[in-house]
Unconditional design. Structure first.
Length: 159
């Protein structure tokens, strides 16, 4: 475990964190579809969403957002909506910590499976998620503005 991981304090995000979350989003997803600040504010208010942050001292090193949704059959589906790590803190274990934090919240909420979408143009992200027991589920042509996406899934037996 790195010093960064040891010093990272994961907590629920506060409304005052949204500007920094949006700044991280703008940097790491430059050239890709980005959420607007308005979208973050709207999502933050949803009872079906949870925002988590990794705080290192007074700095936000990353964030994760999870969503839950009740399906027509009454079961709950979870979704890792986004994991975002500031470039200064990438490849230090924070992404893994944020993913596990979002997953743990979803599991506590009683979800049956977790979906996530990622760019087909970023194979390192697919590899990261596959190492965390996600499997390819579906191609998503034109999912993003200028390129394709893929959906990965983690079933309950792999939690």
């Amino acid at each position: 475990m790195s010093n960064v991981e040891l010093n990272c304090q994961i907590r629920l995000a506060k409304r005052t964190d949204l500007a920094k979350i949006h700044q991280i989003e703008e940097v790491i997803f430059k050239g890709f579809d980005q959420f607007t600040f308005r979208r973050f504010k709207s999502l933050f208010k949803s009872p079906n969403a949870r925002f988590f942050v990794c705080e290192l001292g007074s700095e936000l090193a990353g964030f994760g957002i999870g969503l839950k949704k009740k399906l027509a059959n009454g079961k709950l589906m979870g979704r890792v909506y986004v994991i975002g790590i500031s470039p200064n803190y990438q490849k230090k274990g924070i992404g893994q910590m944020m993913l596990k934090t979002v997953e743990n919240w979803l599991i506590l909420e009683g979800i049956e499976f977790i979906n996530l979408e990622t760019s087909a143009m970023r194979p390192h992200l697919r590899t990261f998620y596959e190492k965390n027991n996600y499997v390819f589920y579906k191609n998503l042509p034109d999912y993003y503005e200028d390129f394709d996406g893929i959906r990965l899934r983690k079933n309950k037996e792999n939690f």
